[in-house]
Design a protein around this ligand. Sequence first.
Ligand code: PLP
Length: 379
Amino acid sequence: AGTWKSERVIASRQGPHLHLAGGGAGIINFCANNYLGLSSHPEVIRAAVEALEKFGAGLSSVRFICGTQSIHKDLEEKIACFHQREDAILYASCFDANAGIFEALLTPEDAVLSDELNHASIIDGIRLCKANKYRYKHMDMQDLEAKLKEAQKHRLRLVATDGAFSMDGDIAPLREICQLAHKYDALVFIDECHATGFLGPNGRGTDELLGVMDKVTIINSTLGKALGGAAGGYTTGPKPLIDLLRQRSRPYLFSNSLPPAVVGCASKALDLLMESNAIAQSMADKTQRFRSKMTAAGFTISGKDHPICPVMLGDARLASVMAEDMLNRGIYVIGFSYPVVPKGKARIRVQISAVHSDEDIDRCVEAFTQVGRKHGALP
Ligand code: PLP
């Protein structure tokens, strides 16, 4: 079906400019979640080396046996402070955080209401729990309200949504979701993997952007994207919830502690972000430059103001051929087609980073324009 995925091999650090194994040097990379360019930031690397030397390669243990070091506690405190929440708990990934929360929190008497386009890890986490499951249409508040009415018969209701959706670069209507949650006595959970560190005036995320930091109860996010890009995830929220997760969340209880070097990276990334929002502002400026120039060139870019900029093409073959041709011109982008996105909605997803230069952005737009004309995506 043309959907077999092959992996390109990078022979350099992650960054705006890559060296691909087998030849390609000086490739401009537009498909990492390295939104703030911290994956290879010198201070982040130095913090990792220092943590490695001081605390060792790893813990050879889960947290509750002998796998908790002072740096794990410090990072949890820093994350809670960053999000202005009571406490936080670390996981090996956000996939694990999502796999661990619903089962620990919800019983068969409860209900979870999930956006139909939520990330696979939320879907899997919900599958693991015994709560009653409701799926509402993507960002459709009428449908969410109908499902909330239906779910009144259950003991507790939890609305679960991505803050920013990774395939479309669109942002959940959190204000409306929180209003409905208030009206129908529900809790709100958001996955902030594509928001933490750069959305909102201080980069706190979608809840800050939309002015509902005090209304969202639970946040799950990753350390593996904007926050240094190494690995790791977390849940942050009310202390009793975090206490419960430490007792009951299976990916936390039965998996190794985060390696010190990884903790060091994330901790330094948060320090850099809390010092200044200049990096996030630079990313926002580059995003604006790309979106406006591509729109002027005649392309349709999905979403709004988000560094995930899906160039909508429709046809799967066109997306894959154009992405290949872009790489021939030194621009690394990836085409997405069914089943990753709905049939007939194939696209090339471009991701902007704070460390792209204006010239990088302009070269990308220029290459898209040439390739689009060549393959008939532009007149
Ligand atoms: N949630 C969302 C929305 C994601 O995009 C991802 C990563 O692709 C995850 C969760 C999983 O994050 P991690 O890589 O930390 O497991």
